[in-house]
Design a protein around this ligand. Structure first.
Ligand code: KG4
Ligand code: ZN
Length: 351
């Protein structure tokens, strides 16, 4: 596919400065500079720190990506950038850099939605996206179930079926990790600790799964009750002077999250008669989630696609992948006064 579009994508919605280069569905470079270490001591991402780190990392990361891909910036067919949702100041750095490249190189600019990019990235690993599919996006900022008929968003191609009504799944992992004295970001640490623990040690609540809740929130998620239940359980243990079995609590918490995520995602696919489920976002890197989804989906004849962990967390390749799809499907480029929109709705895939 040498005539497939060569696209450079920039991602700066949170704490990762990502620059990816793709040719159609082929990944040529995925350079990521993370400021996560600078946020760790605060237990969460500090927006101002992230913006400054993006500013410092931007040019070196673009250079590194071009070098890896063996291209010059002037070779690209288009520039793509996350225009939202995310941290306003952080997004602004990426959008400004993308505009500068687009103007300087005289190339079309595509401002795209971060969430749809988490879906499109799977094409780099598993080829053309099955459309329609149900996509479950689970990250530090989002948990949503989407019905995807066109990943570029044309004609309502990305349609929200449900979302979290409080914390995002990754946020729950990060908060529970903190309770257990594990470092930030907590997801990978809980994942690791849980391997040594028992997932049935504590029967933590499964949010929005009672019959009554399902009537109103069939495809929505809630994780704040679970987080509170873990906090109460740990506090009670500490009060009684007994040690907290970190691995068992981590495994039981992880099981509660994954159980609900998989149950609702498969219900969403079944209810629409859709046979392909895609899971993306940072939490999709979770080993238990991947395993449980595969196991239960197989019984229903549903195929599961999950990009490899490095493509699940924020990166520039996902933005380039969605940009390449925009070019391939002949979408109209964004205007040069493209805004950074921190609360861009998921239905707006191309700005
Ligand atoms: O997609 P992402 O890199 O950034 C956002 O858009 O938020 O997701 C980051 C989130 C964090 O909350 C992190 O704890 C979680 O993904 N995460 C995981 C794992 N790896 C990253 N959660 C559970 N298990 C993992 N292995
Ligand atoms: Zn993300």
């Amino acid at each position: 596919m040498t005539d497939a579009p060569l696209v450079l994508g920039i991602e700066t919605s949170c704490d990762e400065t990502g620059v990816g280069i793709v040719r159609g569905h082929e990944l040529l470079a995925d350079a990521v500079a993370s400021s996560v270490d600078e946020h760790a001591r605060f237990g969460g991402v500090v927006p101002e720190v992230a913006s400054r780190a993006h500013l410092e990392a931007m040019v070196p990361t673009i250079e590194r990506a071009c070098e890896t891909a063996g291209i010059r910036p002037s070779d690209v067919d288009a520039i793509a950038v996350t225009s939202g949702p995310g941290l306003a100041g952080a997004l602004l750095v990426g959008v400004a850099a993308a505009k500068a490249l687009a103007i300087g190189l005289d190339k079309p600019l595509y401002g795209v939605n971060h969430l749809a990019a988490h879906v499109a990235v799977d094409q780099l690993e598993h080829g053309a996206l099955p459309e329609p599919c149900v996509a479950m996006l689970v990250s530090g900022g989002h948990s949503s179930l989407l019905r995807v008929t066109d990943v570029t968003g044309a004609d309502g191609g990305v349609d929200p079926m449900g979302a979290t009504i409080d914390d995002a799944a990754g946020e729950a992992f990060d908060k529970v990790a903190r309770l257990l004295g594990l470092p930030f970001p907590g997801g990978p640490h809980i994942d690791r600790a849980a391997r040594e623990g028992s997932s049935v040690y504590v029967d933590f609540p499964r949010g929005l799964t009672s019959r009554r809740d399902l009537e109103r929130h069939r495809f929505d998620f809630s994780f704040s009750g679970l987080k509170t239940a873990v906090a109460r359980w740990v506090e009670a243990r500490e009060r009684s002077g007994e040690p907290v079995p970190v691995a068992d609590v981590a495994a039981s918490f992880q099981e509660a999250v994954c159980d609900v995520l998989v149950r609702k995602a498969l219900d969403a696919a079944s209810s629409e008669g859709i046979e392909d489920l895609l899971i993306g976002g940072g939490v999709a890197a979770n080993s238990r989630l991947r395993h449980l989804a595969e196991e239960r989906a197989a019984k229903l004849g549903i195929r599961v696609r999950v990009p490899r962990p490095g493509l699940c967390t924020d990166n520039g390749a996902m933005v380039a992948a969605l940009g390449a799809e925009m070019v391939a499907r002949g979408r109209t480029p964004s205007p040069l006064d493209l805004p950074a929109d921190s609360s861009l709705p998921v239905t707006e895939v191309l700005v």
